[in-house]
Design a protein around this ligand. Structure first.
Ligand SMILES: Nc1ncnc2c1ncn2[C@@H]1O[C@H](COP(=O)(O)OP(=O)(O)O)[C@@H](O)[C@H]1O
Ligand SMILES: [Mg+2]
Length: 261
């Protein structure tokens, strides 16, 4: 995804009248059946099935190049895809452009946790306005985000470009939070972060799931994923090769087979 894609998605969402967001169901299951993703003629995701229930955290793990990012981008509508079924809370996402998928409740934190470097932390958070209350009436505000991430409150007037990697990732998660998504997707949220920071983000993500949000994250590094996830899929060469609960996924023989750790 390019910066321009993200900008368009977020800006358009912020400017959309509330009336256009039609789906407000508290139970917003993500259902993916037979997902195929493509870069031009090159297919990189094959017949993938997965689901994320409201309040459930799901991790998709796999080696570098397995297709994790492409899968998230396909669900977000930024990479070309074809699916038998791609719905969130019963709403068909498959024909919606990416910005409408954002309106339907899909929020993606891309890897590298991009924000607008020339804007302050506060501006980055304030520009994300959620269309509507979701999750049974809960609506997270910028103040809620500061309560969740006190570090960001201390940095609110600093420009985002001056933040450390960990602070940037917190800002990215906080921005996704105030968008009040029903499904929060995170691409490699622990990448390059110190263990302490990863622990903090894991706690926040569990709290968000506790409020009914579905979480779908990808990781090459299984540490954060296995701490947060209820359920895990391993993928190889764009195909699902293992599915089970996080406890079973943490088995060293499973990890060594699918991640070579
Ligand atoms: N923009 C692109 N154009 C063509 N092929 C791509 C592009 N991005 C990724 N790929 C290919 O798609 C496959 C899956 O990549 P990716 O989804 O990034 O995997 P992962 O996130 O699991 O590391 C890889 O073979 C990669 O080379
Ligand atoms: Mg990736």
């Amino acid at each position: 995804m390019t910066e321009a894609d993200m900008t368009e998605a977020e800006t358009t969402e912020a400017e959309t009248p509330e009336a256009e967001v039609t789906e407000t169901a508290a139970s917003a299951t993500l259902e993916v059946k037979g997902l195929n993703a493509f870069y031009g003629k090159s297919q990189v995701v094959f017949d993938l099935d997965l689901h994320v229930e409201p309040g459930e955290s799901v991790a998709v793990l796999g080696r570098n190049g397995a297709g994790k990012t492409s899968m998230l981008m396909a669900i977000a509508g930024v990479v070309a895809s074809r699916a038998e079924r791609l719905t969130l809370g019963g709403v068909d996402l498959s024909r919606l452009p990416s910005f409408k998928r954002v309106q339907a409740g899909v929020s993606l934190v891309p890897s590298g946790s991009r924000s607008f470097p020339n804007l302050t932390v506060d501006e980055n958070l304030s520009m994300v306005r959620s269309g509507k209350q979701r999750n049974g009436g809960i609506e997270w505000t910028v103040d809620d985000a500061y309560k969740q991430f006190p570090v960001l409150a201390d940095l609110k007037n600093n420009s985002a470009g001056t933040l450390s990697g960990g602070e940037r990732q917190m800002l990215a998660v906080a921005r996704a939070m105030v968008a009040n998504p029903m499904l929060l997707m995170l691409d490699e949220p622990s990448e390059g972060l110190a263990p302490m920071i990863v622990k903090g983000i894991a706690t926040r993500l569990r709290e968000m799931a506790g409020q009914g949000i579905g979480i779908l994250m990808t990781e090459q590094n299984h540490r954060l994923a296995l701490e947060v996830a209820d359920r895990v899929y391993f993928i190889e060469k764009g195909q699902s090769v293992w599915e089970g609960d996080a406890t079973a996924a943490a088995d060293p023989s499973v990890l060594s087979q699918y991640l070579s750790v």
